[in-house]
Design a protein around this ligand. Sequence first.
Ligand code: GDP
Length: 296
Amino acid sequence: MVLAQLGGSISRALAQMSNATVVDEKVLSDCLNEITRALLQADVRFQMVRDMQANIRRAVSLETHAAGTDKRRVIQKAVFTELCNMLDPGKPPFVPKKGKQCVVMFVGLQGSGKTTTCTKYAHYHQPKGFKPGLVCADTFRAGAFDQLKQNASKAKVPFYGSYTESDPVKIAVEGVERFRKENCDLIIVDTSGRHKQEAALFEEMRQVSEATKPDLVIFVMDSSIGQAAFDQAQAFRQSVSVGAVIVTKMDGHAKGGGALSAVAATRSPVIFIGTGEHLGEFEVFDVKQFVKRLLG
Ligand code: GDP
């Protein structure tokens, strides 16, 4: 189920409820069941959906005691609030400040869009007065450095990497040092991915993180991975202290549930979404706007 379908299904469930003459227990149950089905089909985890149902019921029973309360509005508001809460871990992300050097490390599985997203992130900040630098610490994938180099050149962002050095920790440390000396204030470290979650990947990530002491670790997740999102995000979070999530490929047949699950698993906010292969196809993620758009 693509995002628009998820929103459509929830909106339809709400509309059906609005058409009912009286909002009784049956109408509320039907509405909640429809919403539950839509969320599960969009790959949101069962526990999250169950909690959401309980929270909506609680809100409805708390707020509809007074005579004359518009039950429909209470339910609609509760659904909106619950969807927002699912996407908001209640913890603001680290935000880089101009002129104050910081290291941002990107982690994620191979193919998630990590390298592309590193450049997009640099490209987004550059016109705002930041001086970014890109470090390619991905020594695992053949061609990773060439890709970063190509992307970085296109975005006119300085880059650092090596064709011969095979130790990612060494490259990461050298790159960060180089850019610190060059007064870059946004030092971005692209790390290796793997096709699947492997112990070696997590160990490497942990070492790069320990050596470069990032101010922020961003977990990059492909929006189409579906139900696997929660476990994947949680596995990354257990190895490095993920502080934010970027969900990529939201332009494709994206499932909304992946983003919701990643937030729950990492307890970190989604900060941007990738909406295409090009540099500029990158949007700041705004929870309320996202949910509003979702519900149409
Ligand atoms: P990495 O292995 O995680 O570094 O992934 P890459 O950055 O190489 O990206 C893998 C593929 O996904 C490339 O073909 C990218 O162009 C593509 N890609 C990355 N982000 C997006 C996105 O937001 N939308 C779309 N449609 N493609 C993307």
